[in-house]
Design a protein around this ligand. Structure first.
Ligand code: ZN
Length: 275
């Protein structure tokens, strides 16, 4: 009897304990459900993205007319990669209240590359059919990817995005190494849209000095006098090499940080942000 009583008391205690832990489990599950319920109509993929990048998004309309495209991007990512968006979202601009930014003059194709970059850390600039004709291995005039990369760098300059500009510069160097090509004429787009001490200018000059063959150099020097500033920089760099000697390997074979702008801006290299 005593034993039974003890047993039933014990069972009662166990039952209460079971009830208690069941209640705890139910509460925990309810909390989980409640937490998910606070994210309205989101798929699991969207919930995972939201937890990584924050909940607030901004709609960006890029281009005009039939060419216009709209991108929904997470505010935290936009503002960490672009001082332009930081001002647009946090500032007193009308965009700050509308959470809608219009970039009518920008190229949607280049923006697409920026958009993918802020989520991945990679520059996806190649497209099917970029290299239209198989000419000499060094030819770049028929390869649209060089033009797209130039547009991307210019977009990075306008969006005040050091990370994107530096990543585009790395993509140019990587394409040069992998495809064994060098860009010709990229200066026509980048020089008018950059300042004199820009690292992208340094890269274009180094590519011309270290990689162009004699024939290309001679052709380009003759061809277009509107490129005076670029050709002046190339001549100055060649003169320096002549005076001091080549002194080892091409600078293009070393660290690409010499072509990045993060140091001048007092920011870390974009590569450290995507590890
Ligand atoms: Zn760097």
């Amino acid at each position: 009897m005593t034993h039974r009583t003890k047993g039933s008391r014990k069972r009662k205690a166990e039952d209460e304990h079971d009830d208690d832990s069941t209640n705890k489990k139910v509460r925990k599950r309810t909390n989980e459900v409640f937490r998910y319920d606070t994210l309205p109509n989101l798929s699991v993929a969207e919930i995972l993205t939201a937890s990584r990048f924050g909940m607030r998004t901004v709609a960006i309309s890029v281009g005009s007319g039939a060419n216009q495209k709209t991108f929904d991007a997470h505010e935290d990512l936009l503002t960490s990669h672009s001082d332009y968006f930081r001002a647009a979202v946090n500032g007193s601009w009308k965009e700050a209240t509308l959470r809608n930014v219009g970039l009518d003059d920008e190229d949607p194709e280049a923006f697409q590359v920026f958009y993918k970059f802020i989520y991945s850390g990679s520059v996806f600039s190649a497209k099917e059919g970029d290299h239209k004709k198989k000419k000499a291995a060094s030819s770049s005039e028929n390869d649209d990817e060089w033009k797209r990369l130039a547009s991307c760098w210019i977009l990075g300059e306008r969006l005040l995005s050091t990370t994107f500009k530096d990543a585009v510069v790395d993509a140019i160097i990587a394409k040069h190494h992998v495809k064994r090509q060098y860009p010709i004429g990229m200066d026509i787009e980048i020089y008018p849209n950059s300042h004199a001490r820009s690292r992208a200018r340094k890269l274009l000059v180094d590519l011309a000095v270290w990689k162009w063959d004699d024939q290309t150099l001679e052709q380009q020097l003759k061809e277009d006098t509107s490129r005076f500033e670029f050709l002046y920089d190339v001549a100055a760099a060649l003169g320096k090499i002549r005076r001091t000697g080549c002194q080892g390997a091409s600078p293009l074979d070393g660290t690409t940080c010499i072509y990045h702008e993060h140091e001048a801006d007092g920011k870390p290299c974009y590569k450290t942000m995507f590890r």
